[in-house]
Design a protein around this ligand. Sequence first.
Ligand SMILES: [Zn+2]
Length: 376
Amino acid sequence: MFDHGLTVLRIRGIPIKLHITLLIFLPYVAYVAASQFSLIASSLEIPLESMRLPPLAWGGILAVGLFVAVLAHELAHSFVALRNGVRVRSITLMMLGGVSLMERDDPEHEAWMAFAGPLMSFGIALGSYGAYRLLPGPAEVRAALLAFALTNAIIGAFNLLPAFPMDGGRVLRGLLRRRLGPVRATRVATAVGRGMAVVFGLFGLLSWNFILVLIAVFVYMGASSEQARSSTRELLRGVPVARFMTDRLGDAYADESPRAVAERLLRDNLVGARVIDEPVGGEGRREIGVVTVWDLARQLGRGVAPATVGAVMPVDVPRARADDDASRSIDALASGEASAVAVLDGGEHVIGLVTTAEIQRALALAGALGAPRAGG
Ligand SMILES: [Zn+2]
């Protein structure tokens, strides 16, 4: 759902994307902002006739300003991430705010990284409140500044509620981690998150606030999937990745057609293929990567697949050594950017793949074998 964005600009190398839902939602935000603006204008006793712009125009300006403020909020998260060496894949502005897609979790700096966003929102609120108080100017501009300050303060405060995966929930987990360790900290933070989601949902339903209901669903699902990811990681901790990878791998030449390779993988019941580059003459034959059935299916499904497997092959497939801890492959797959982790022997030879299917298989078995113990 996050990759349907249109990249509009890049800031420090981070692609900034606009999600389609934002465009649908913008008029609604403008409408709400206009009524909030009118409320503030009347509380400041500004007569409607003296305004140069109608409230709806102010609502539009405020709505665009708010999405810029949300972008600044996300950039604050991202800059802290970058400073700690975590790559930021993208920032997407969508209906319910912004989403920063980080390459990986950073347990050590999680609390600070999560806090930076609300801090930016409070900073913007304070700045525009200062401008409202100090700057001389048309009364309606000052009313808009006050509305902008209030909204940013609300965004900052709302995000700080301890409803994992919202910022406050991440701050909570970051702070608990030192005392409880990662597993229990995640359990507490996601349980609080789900509890808050139920409160949001009930409150939203009772007050006919469907935005709040949507947020409740988003928080509940986010907290549940993080909890599941944490348990999975815990279950696989200490198990070498070679123990549950699949070795149903074939070979493919880089200049073969994707369709031919896909047909072969299907016929031989294989999950993927090592891609081999063999220059004319056979000298210097080498493995240049791996391609999975999912990579092939995705490209072939688009109708216009590249002509060769070499071009279909993803460039930065996550890699693991055969004796690496299996729990680490979870994070590489959870980001959704890669369809598999390539498992290497001592050198550069790929001996197997870990896909979501391998993890699910391991989990199902561990769950089934663990059940009797849990029952008594
Ligand atoms: Zn945030």
